[in-house]
Design a protein around this ligand. Structure first.
Ligand code: FE2
Ligand code: FE2
Length: 211
């Protein structure tokens, strides 16, 4: 197989970024968990749910960027193999959140390129730091994403079974991803890194809800 040059990597990274950022460019591998469910919402409820789903979608954009950044620099192949299934499931999450936003007549966040860039950089740095930190970074990300998902599930209008089914399945997957990363040797991250990650994710959840 031909050795990948710097230009190849650059083009590949750009292609991955576009697939994550352009709505409709990523297809799900599994059926949407909400496909057999009906939901009717009042206008104000739909607006609130769209805000929540926009945040969740941005979180999934971050997950894509994290895995892509990590794949660029991680020692591999062990990390890549361990996290491959998780990366595929993240694509499902991205596509399902997009589906729901479309149904709600809403849009993905305009800030997604910013979140993608930040997460890509953080994933790449984690990859350079070594496999156990790289996996620790995945575990911490998944833990934080799961916390958000649980909060959002509790904030959904009672009758919004479509959003609920999607978020419940996503939460199940994220906890599985966290365990996979920990079982593969992920370690706890230093407190300043965890605090920075929490700060960035707070900023993301506060802004992507609106824009
Ligand atoms: Fe996800
Ligand atoms: Fe995940």
């Amino acid at each position: 197989m031909r050795q990948h040059t710097g230009i190849d990597k650059l083009i590949n990274s750009f292609d991955q970024a576009l697939r994550s950022l352009v709505p409709g460019a990523t297809a799900a591998h599994r059926n949407n968990p909400a496909s057999d469910t009906e939901t009717r919402l009042a206008v104000s409820e739909a607006r609130h749910v769209a805000g929540l789903m926009r945040v969740n979608h941005s979180g999934e954009v971050c997950a894509q960027a994290l895995y892509h950044g990590q794949a660029l620099t991680a020692k591999l192949p062990d990390v890549r193999r361990e996290m491959e299934q998780a990366a595929i499931e993240e694509q499902d999450h991205l596509a399902w959140c997009e589906d729901r936003l479309r149904e709600l007549d809403s849009h993905t966040s305009l800030l997604n390129p910013v979140w993608y860039g930040l997460s890509y950089g953080m994933g790449a740095i984690a990859g350079i730091a070594g496999d156990k930190y790289s996996l620790g970074f995945v575990a911490e990300t998944e833990r934080q994403v799961s916390l958000h998902l649980q909060q959002h599930i509790s904030q959904l209008p009672e009758q919004d079974q479509r959003s609920r089914k999607i978020l419940v399945q996503m939460n199940e997957d994220e906890l599985q991803h966290r365990d996979t990363a920990l079982n593969a040797g992920g370690v706890d991250l230093p407190a300043p890194v965890r605090i920075t990650m929490t700060a960035i994710s707070k900023l993301m959840t506060k802004t992507s809800y609106y824009i």
